[in-house]
Design a protein around this ligand. Structure first.
Ligand SMILES: [Ca+2]
Ligand SMILES: [Ca+2]
Length: 120
């Protein structure tokens, strides 16, 4: 399951969600009942409270855009987001095939970009 680190003080409103890529399917797999759901992800940096998805084990990462975009491939971890279904698809191992999904409820795809993710 997804680790969820709550803000450690009332003054810090940023939340980090950690995904262990090596554990892809067990961590947050593909399909209903397998994928994790984040109900309160704040993707809009303009709010001053943008949350971050930490990708543990990624060498490099690229957010490629909406669900019509191809994954980066070539060993690069990448992700794309469907604003209708609210599902973030992640190619963890960089083979251009999805390995993980996370549902980001109430997120507008226009607010997602590389700054919402960090490689750890
Ligand atoms: Ca893959
Ligand atoms: Ca953002």
């Amino acid at each position: 399951m997804l680790n969820h680190t709550p803000p450690n003080s009332p003054l810090m409103s940023q939340t980090f969600y950690s995904l262990v890529l090596a554990a892809a399917q067990a961590e947050s797999g593909i399909g209903a009942g397998n994928r994790d759901t984040i109900t309160d992800f704040e993707a809009d940096a303009a709010s001053g409270a943008a949350d971050t998805i930490e990708l543990a084990g990624a060498v490099s990462f690229s957010f490629v855009g909406d669900e019509t975009q191809a994954f980066a491939g070539n060993g690069t971890t990448s992700a794309r987001f469907n604003s209708q279904t609210k599902i973030l698809e992640i190619d963890a191992d960089g083979d251009a095939q999805a390995d993980m999904e996370v549902e980001l409820q109430n997120v507008d795809g226009a607010d997602l970009d590389d700054t919402d993710f960090t490689v750890v």
